[in-house]
Ligand binder design. Structure first.
Ligand SMILES: [Zn+2]
Length: 175
C-alpha cells in the first residue's frame, strides 16, 4: 500500500503506519494524542492567531495582508496550504503582498495541526524552498514542528484510507 503523504519518511515508519491502518488504529491513536479541536473557526480568528505567531517569532518578515480558510484548496495536492506572494506597485514602491490560505479541513483539527500549517506558511515568508534553513525556522517557531507535521500527514493518510473525520464534520461556521 502506497502512502503518498508519508513518502519522505523511513521505510520502517511507513510499515508501522501500514500495520496501524490494517488494525484500524490510526483514529484512536490520533485522538489519544490530540483529544480536542481548536476553536479558531473564522478567518478573523485565523488572522489574529497568525499575526500573533508572526509578531512573536518573525518580526521582520513583512506584513501579512490576508489570512483565510479556503475550501478550494485541494487537500490531496496541497496538504500544506498555499502561500502566495504577489508584488504590487504602490506609489512607485514595490511591496510584496502576502496572503496565507489554509485548507478548510484545518478548521476541524487540533490546534497543533493548525499551528503546524501556519508556522509552515509563515516560514515561507522568509525561506522559499523546503530546505534546511526552512525547517530550522519552522522548528524555531514551533519546537514540536516535525512531530506535528508527521501527525498531520498521518491524519491525511487516515482520511485517504477511508477513515472518518476525527474532530467534527467539516466547517460549521460561516465567515
Ligand atoms: Zn511549503
Amino acid at each position: 500500500m502506497d502512502l503518498p503523504y508519508l513518502r519522505s519518511y523511513p521505510a520502517h515508519l511507513q510499515d508501522q503506519v501500514r500495520q496501524l491502518l490494517a488494525k484500524d488504529g490510526t483514529g484512536a491513536l490520533l485522538q489519544r494524542r490530540y483529544p480536542q479541536a481548536h476553536a479558531l473557526r473564522t478567518d478573523k480568528a485565523l488572522y489574529e492567531y497568525t499575526a500573533e505567531l508572526k509578531s512573536r517569532h518573525l518580526r521582520k518578515g513583512g506584513t501579512i495582508h490576508k489570512v483565510m480558510y479556503d475550501s478550494k484548496i485541494h487537500v490531496v495536492r496541497n496538504a500544506l496550504g498555499l502561500h502566495t506572494s504577489r508584488s504590487l506597485v504602490q506609489g512607485g514602491k514595490l511591496s510584496a503582498r502576502h496572503e496565507i490560505r489554509v485548507a478548510s479541513m484545518f478548521k476541524s483539527t487540533p490546534e497543533e495541526f493548525l499551528r503546524m500549517i501556519v508556522v509552515h506558511e509563515l516560514a515561507h515568508l522568509r525561506e522559499k524552498d523546503h530546505d534546511k534553513a526552512f525547517y530550522q525556522l519552522c522548528a524555531h517557531m514551533e519546537p514540536s514542528y516535525h512531530q506535528y507535521e508527521f501527525d498531520v500527514r498521518l491524519y491525511l493518510t487516515h482520511l485517504d484510507a477511508g477513515g472518518s473525520r476525527l474532530w467534527g464534520e467539516g466547517p460549521a461556521a460561516t465567515d
